[in-house]
Every structure is written in C-alpha cells, then in structure tokens.
Design a protein around this ligand. Structure first.
Ligand SMILES: Nc1ncnc2c1ncn2[C@@H]1O[C@H](COP(=O)(O)OP(=O)(O)OP(=O)(O)O)[C@@H](O)[C@H]1O
Length: 438
C-alpha cells in the first residue's frame, strides 16, 4: 500500500486536503479546483437539438483531454458502460469542464454496444432531451492509418450527401476530435437483413423477397449510382430496416465516389464480390502484383457501379435459398468458381439450380440471369432494373406472378437428368457446410 502511494506521489498525485469527492476527482484529473472550469462553446445543457453540424472540439479542449487520463469520448462511453460505481461517482462529481470533455456525446444516454467491427464500435444510445434512439458508429482515430482516416472522411461525406434519400441510412451528425470520430446515425430498430433471414429460418418467400428486399434495394442503388456512389460492400449485414419496415443501406466505409476514388482495388466481401473486383489486387498487393509487374496503377482497368448489381444478384439467391451461391477461400478460387458457375449464355450451375428449385417465377429467373453476368457491361443498371417486370408485378405468396402471361416456372426439361457437373463446387450447399460469416 505504501509503495502504491509512493508511486502515486512519484507521478505527481497529491492527496486531497479534505478528501472530498470533488476535490479528489479534480486532483486525479490533474487540475486544482481553483482553475477555470467552464466553457461557452460546448455546454451539454445547451445542446438540446440534434442537428447535422459537425462538432469539432477546439484545440483547448483537446489539450485538456490530453492532460487527463480520459483521453477520448470513446473512453467516456466505455466508462459509462462498464465503469465501477467509484469511477462513475467521480465522473458525476467532476468539475463542469471535465464532464464537458465529450459534451456532444453527453447529450446521449443508455449506451449499449450493438456491434464491434474491424475498426469500429457501434453503440445504440438515446438522446437525453428528444428521446430519439440513435446508433453511434465510433472510430478510435488513434488506431487508424492515414488512409483509413480518409475512408472515414469519405464515409461521412457520402452520408451527408445522401441525407434524406430514401433507402440510405440517415446521418444525424458527426462528432470528431483528435481521438475519435463518432458518426451519429438514425437507429434502424428493425435489425439487419441477415438477422431477418436468421429469424425466418434462413430464407424468404419470393413475394416477401421482392417486397421487402429487392424492390427497395434496387431503388436505393439507383439513387446511389446516379449520385456517383458505388457501395462496394453490399451484403445482408449492411442492409438495415427501420421500425416501419423501410430498408436502409449502411456502411459506406468501403464505398467509392466515382471520379474521386480509385476503382482499381479489391474491396468488399469475397462472397458478394463481382468478378471484375475479385481479380483486382488488394491495396497491400498493389506494389507487388502491379508495379513490380511493370504496370502502373493507371493502367489497371477500372470497374464501376455494376459491381453492386452483382452483389444484388448474390443477395437475391441467398434470400431465396438461404445459401450464399459463391463460396471460396481465396480470390483465385473465387474467380474460377464464378466462371464455372456462369460460363457462356446457357443456364448452368447456380442459375440452373435456381430454376430447378422452383423458388423463382419466370420473371424472377429473368431478373437474376440478367444480373449475374461475368461481363459487367452486360449487367443492367439499377434504374433499368426498377422497370423490370419482376418488380413491377405483384408476386403472390405462393411464388406465382398474378399476370396470366407469367406462369409459374416450369421445371427444366433436362433438370431431373442434368446433375451438376461433377466438379461443381459449393452450390447448392449441403446443410452441413457452414455459412461464411461476414
Ligand atoms: N444505424 C444503425 N441502426 C441500427 N443498427 C446499426 C446501425 N448501423 C450499424 N448497425 C449495426 O451494426 C452492424 C455493423 O454496422 P457497420 O457495417 O456499419 O459497422 P462496421 O464497423 O463497418 O462493421 P464491420 O467491420 O463488421 O463491417 C450492422 O450490421 C447493424 O447490426
């Protein structure tokens, strides 16, 4: 114990004279009570409305934070989530200026971690004054590379541009300082498409898929593409639902702004990745695979927004069958599999399987086969797909189209006698094959 106090003294800790909590808190944070403790700019009590302003903390506050043990708002949230009663009491009793360190986040309460991502923590919270539920996507900037910093800035830029657009998750504001970026988003309380599929036993009926997934997804993609945004990582965990069953595409960290972002790198999730992206080098392979081979990065063929159309096709199959159609553990194997499953114009592999399963009406089959093309130029745009008859017509619960000219898909004449090629890979997956988690 004596040794402990020796070390505390060694590092400049002075025991409070009267031992009060307030005195102790201020001393622990390295400041005497006589020092000024107010700030005009970010008094949490003044922040009553959620607005869309970026709220940078000023240099002074950043230096205050540096001099304390609580270096960022992330720590504050962590503290509120998991702090001991003592720590919480000392925070409650801390002088105004210290409480105020993460003032914009202090306007929220009930922090609950929903998801821990590769670089982020997604926390749900409630605004203290409006009661609005939000999802806060928090990046710890101390762990981000400068390239990742740029990606986060681009993510915020895209979200701001898309604010109010239907089908895109809505940003409320972005709070940033030297240590963290917190993107405050409207909370999609209906969960993700992945969760819905899980709850529904893995798959959906055709009617539900068209109504709840494909139609709104295609419309949201049309908006993004017409505003020069390519998502590049479309998958069920990035498709969220609000309380009214409205669909919202989220996570623009990997997204590209056409004309600004380089569209020559492999980016996204392998199982949903278009062939023209799978064949590209990842950023860490660029030097080795491209420049060493005598090519310059400007010589790489660029891909475009059609990569999202491919991902849409993969999602359609997953939603209707409960399986991811393309599974491989390396880009090389994935390229081979995609070609094998979709070679030539004929129906084969995965498309043949979809027809034989009778989970898809003829217009649905037409929709899918028009999307899953190896050549991106042959894939229709999202705007064109919006006019496709599969989305225009009502699909009945039993899967048939209501219009007389669109009968239920007949079974392929060759299908009973047309087993998959012996070396056909994972599709249809056997139930034992575990689903790839992304
Ligand atoms: N606005 C939101 N409302 C409700 N839940 C959300 C919201 N944003 C994100 N989530 C939840 O967090 C999960 C991950 O979100 P997101 O993909 O944006 O984070 P991420 O850090 O990129 O994660 P990963 O690295 O795993 O892709 C979503 O699948 C969803 O469950």
């Amino acid at each position: 114990m004596h040794l402990f106090f020796f070390w505390l003294r060694f590092f400049g800790y002075k025991q409070p004279m009267d031992g009060s909590d307030d005195e102790q808190a201020s001393t622990i944070f390295g400041r005497r009570p006589s020092q000024p403790r107010t700030s005009i700019m970010y008094n949490p009590d003044e922040v009553r409305n959620i607005d869309s302003a970026v709220v940078p903390l000023d240099g002074d506050l950043a230096s205050v934070r540096r001099s304390t043990h609580r270096r960022s708002a992330i720590d504050l949230v962590r503290g509120e989530l998991g702090a001991t009663a003592d720590v919480r009491r000392s925070m409650d009793n801390a002088p105004t200026r210290q409480k105020f360190m993460a003032a914009p986040l202090n306007t929220y309460t009930d922090f609950t971690t929903m998801h821990v991502g590769r670089l982020t923590k997604i926390v749900s919270a409630t605004h203290k004054f409006t009661g609005a539920e939000v999802a806060i996507k928090m990046y710890d900037r101390t762990t981000l590379s400068s390239d990742q910093e740029k990606e986060v800035a681009k993510e915020v830029q895209i979200l701001r541009k898309a604010k109010g657009a239907s089908g895109i998750v809505e940003i409320e504001k972005c709070i940033e300082d030297d240590y963290m970026t917190a993107i405050v988003l409207c909370c999609c309380t209906g969960g993700s498409l992945a969760k819905r599929l899980e709850d529904a036993g893995g798959k959906m009926s055709e009617a539900m898929a068209v109504r709840d997934v494909v139609r709104p997804l295609v419309a949201a993609l049309a908006w993004l593409h017409e505003h020069n945004v390519v998502h590049r990582d479309l998958k069920p965990t990035h498709i969220l639902y609000d309380e009214y069953n409205g669909l919202h595409i989220t996570d623009y960290f990997s997204a590209a702004i056409m004309g600004k972002t380089d569209l020559t790198l492999r980016e996204g999730t392998l199982a949903y990745m278009a062939p023209e992206v799978v064949s590209k080098p990842a950023d860490y392979e660029m030097l080795h695979k491209v420049l060493d081979a005598g090519l310059s990065d400007t010589e790489l063929v660029r891909y475009d927004e059609k990569v999202d159309i491919w991902s849409l096709g993969v999602i359609v199959i997953e939603v209707l069958t409960g399986h991811q159609p393309f599974l491989a553990d390396s880009p090389e194997k994935m390229m081979a599999m995609q070609k094998q499953e979709l070679q030539g114009d004929r129906w084969g592999g995965v498309l043949d399987f979809m027809r034989d399963q009778e989970v898809l009406s003829l217009p649905g089959q037409d929709f899918l086969s028009s999307i899953l093309k190896i050549n991106p130029n042959e894939r229709p745009s999202a705007r064109t797909l919006m006019g496709h008859k599969w989305l225009a017509e009502n699909v009945e619960e039993n899967g048939s189209q209501k219009t007389p000219e669109s009968p239920k898909s007949p079974k392929s004449p060759k299908s009973p006698k047309s087993p998959k090629s012996p070396n056909a890979p994972n599709f249809p997956m056997s139930p034992e094959v575990p689903k790839v988690q992304n």
